[in-house]
Ligand binder design. Structure first.
Ligand code: 13P
Ligand code: SF4
Length: 307
């Protein structure tokens, strides 16, 4: 990337002078991911990093709910997001008021909330989960509360995918990821016909018939690790497009077939606005202190579970 060298240099200088780190989600474009990300990973890994990193400033190279999670866990740090409009269709699908109504309808049933939600929603939650630990969290909380039913919101596909591998009854919500809901089982059959022997991996936000037809499902980092460990000849990652680019650059011997969908929210984050963010210390993500304290309990309950 010769043209972007001055920008990368400028970002690295600003990181030093501000005592800042960039937390880069797996869906960041390769320039951000490889050249300026200090920590890279899935939602769970970035949350753990935000809680422990020694820095005064966190630049969240990801979407707004991830920046809020960082602020909830690290209130003493300044958390910046380069574009305030970087949202998420799942986070926008449900409010704290919705959760209060669900709790009235199902008293005594624990509420597990996917981290792809606002701080207000997390504040109404018993335990958070991510795509890498959803089954573990649901089973843990059901055993802890002595119940056979758990509310898992807001992603109805993640909920159904969890329900498929546990005996616990799952109550859910009609949220969907606008990126992963587009993949279909027919896509997979077409890919297998066109590329015999191809390994097909899918994110658990995809519809259940997609997961059934895939070879493996997991969080963005689980998919990446699976490719590195197996070194298949040919692979498809049914997830956001930059994942394939990033995993491909780490696995040069593997051929990537790339049907993928772009997340318009993740793609709002660019090297240019990361530079502006550090230079002008914008846009600061703040969370009301009462909400933060309640939301932190739900995230801490998740982080307390073994890795
Ligand atoms: P991961 O937790 O797997 O990184 O997923 C986050 C996300 O937004 C997927 O669409
Ligand atoms: Fe949200 Fe889907 Fe984008 Fe992930 S890929 S941030 S779940 S809209």
């Amino acid at each position: 990337w010769p043209g972007i060298a001055p920008l990368v240099h400028g970002i690295n200088q600003l990181k030093k002078s501000r005592n800042a780190v960039v937390l880069a989600h797996n869906y960041m474009t390769p320039d951000i991911f490889n050249l300026i990300g200090d920590f890279r990973g899935d939602s769970l890994q970035l949350a753990r990093e935000a809680a422990s990193v020694d820095a005064e400033v966190i630049v969240q190279a990801g979407v707004h709910f991830m920046a809020e999670t960082s602020k909830i866990l690290a209130p003493e740090k300044t958390v910046l997001i380069p574009d305030m409009e970087a949202g998420c269709s799942l986070a926008e699908s449900i409010t704290g008021a919705d959760i209060r109504l669900i709790k009235q309808k199902y008293p005594g049933i624990p509420v597990v909330t996917y981290v792809n939600t606002t701080a207000d929603v997390k504040a109404e939650t018993d335990v958070c989960c991510t795509s890498s630990n959803a089954v573990q969290v649901v089973e843990h909380v059901a055993a802890e509360w002595g119940v056979d039913k758990v509310i898992l919101i807001p992603d109805k596909y993640l909920a159904r995918n969890v329900a498929a591998v546990t005996d616990i009854e799952i109550i859910t919500w009609d949220g969907r990821c606008e990126v992963h809901e587009q993949f279909t089982a027919e896509d997979i059959h077409g890919l297998r016909d066109a590329h015999p022997g191809v390994l097909i991996l899918a994110h658990p936000e995809c519809p259940p018939d997609v997961l059934e037809a895939a070879d493996f499902a997991g969080s963005t980092s689980a998919l990446s690790n699976y490719v590195s460990e197996r070194s298949p000849n040919k692979v498809v990652l049914l997830t956001e497009c930059s994942m394939s680019d990033n995993v491909a650059s780490a696995n040069p011997g593997v051929e990537f077939v790339k049907p993928c969908n772009l997340c318009p929210h993740m793609k709002r984050i660019t090297l240019e606005n990361i530079y502006d963010s550090l230079k002008e210390m914008k846009h600061e993500v703040l969370v009301d202190e009462d909400v933060r304290i309640e939301a932190k309990k739900a995230i801490d309950a998740m982080l307390a579970l073994p890795n």
